[in-house]
Design a protein around this ligand. Sequence first.
Ligand SMILES: *Cc1c(COP(=O)(O)O)cnc(C)c1O
Length: 393
Amino acid sequence: MMKEVIAEAEAALLHTYNRYQIVLERGEGVYLYDLEGKKYLDFASGIGVFALGYHYGDFDDTLKGQIDKLLHTSNYYYNRPAMEAAGKLKRISGMDRVFFTNSGAEAVEGAIKTARKYAYLKDGRTDHEIIAMEHSFHGRTMGALSVTGTPKYREAFEPMIGHIRFAGMNDPDSVIAQMNDRTCAVILETVQGEGGIYPAEKAFLQEIRRVCDERDILLILDEIQCGMGRTGSYFAWQALGVKPDIMTTAKALGGGVPVGAFLMTGAVGAHSLEAGDHGTTYGGNPFAGAAVSRMIDLYEENHILEHVREITVYLEQKLDELVGRHDRIRQRRGSGLMQGLACDEPVGDVIAKALERGLILINAGPSVLRFLPPLVIERKHVDEMVEILEECL
Ligand SMILES: *Cc1c(COP(=O)(O)O)cnc(C)c1O
């Protein structure tokens, strides 16, 4: 049964992914089931999207209720769910202005445009530069790709948007060395995801914040993967004593409904994008708004952040034990429920074996096993994961 679906998919879809050879049919809690009924423990949550697992609380009912009312309005009009979602996002982030998008990459595009416009309004120049990090990942559209620090993703699509410089993550001197009077922004993931799970160090981030303040350079933090509670605070920067000028979010934001956002401080909001400067047909429609709004309520009603902080201790302990027991694992890195095990060799075979044994894992670069479970996992799920993984190692 799965073979036919896979064959038909391959006959119609553009082959831009080497997919695992299973067809997923439904989810329940922290488990997924394929078309033939096989059960999988999900430690990837659709790349960090299903933060609350599958069918959590009354989330589905909220979505169904909104479907029966109104899915879309366009941004020529107001709608209540988006208004509520924006207000809640402001509250949990401490940022002041929200623009809803349909994806993470689109949020990054908006952040870049905001930074350029802010700088343009200051000095009227059109040659502003942005500093991004090596090994970063910000998405696949041209602007987001231009600040993505993996040359192989960019090469065939050159020229990029231009005026982008790269520096070393956690190396403040290398960032400062790239700054000049045309620099309008520094962009980085508070915890690098695709690049191999590298958290920004507190001292690094604070130093970048200090220099950016000194020179009126905007700090953009990409929280698309590490945000929405994954590291134990709503946004990873909240635990590091810095605040960005612009922030992006997506992935877990809509709990499976495609939605992203870029947010900014009041100062940036008042001196950057104006009416006519930016737009989207779908962005912030009532359906996405209802999803975001209910997600944030569910986090609060169920103390999700507290749970993440608690279960993180256990997950880290179990992963550290694995590092101790297996020579091929070099190091554990990460923050909260965004963890990586850096190995000495490619991890593709481990992931394939895990899948066979009913555990869904993904990688972050060729030799890093990535753990992005739903935030609602419990100790027994960590134990189950470790048991299966151990067999595969
Ligand atoms: C996934 C991701 C993106 C891109 O998001 P899409 O929704 O796939 O466009 C951007 N930045 C980071 C840090 C991501 O993890």
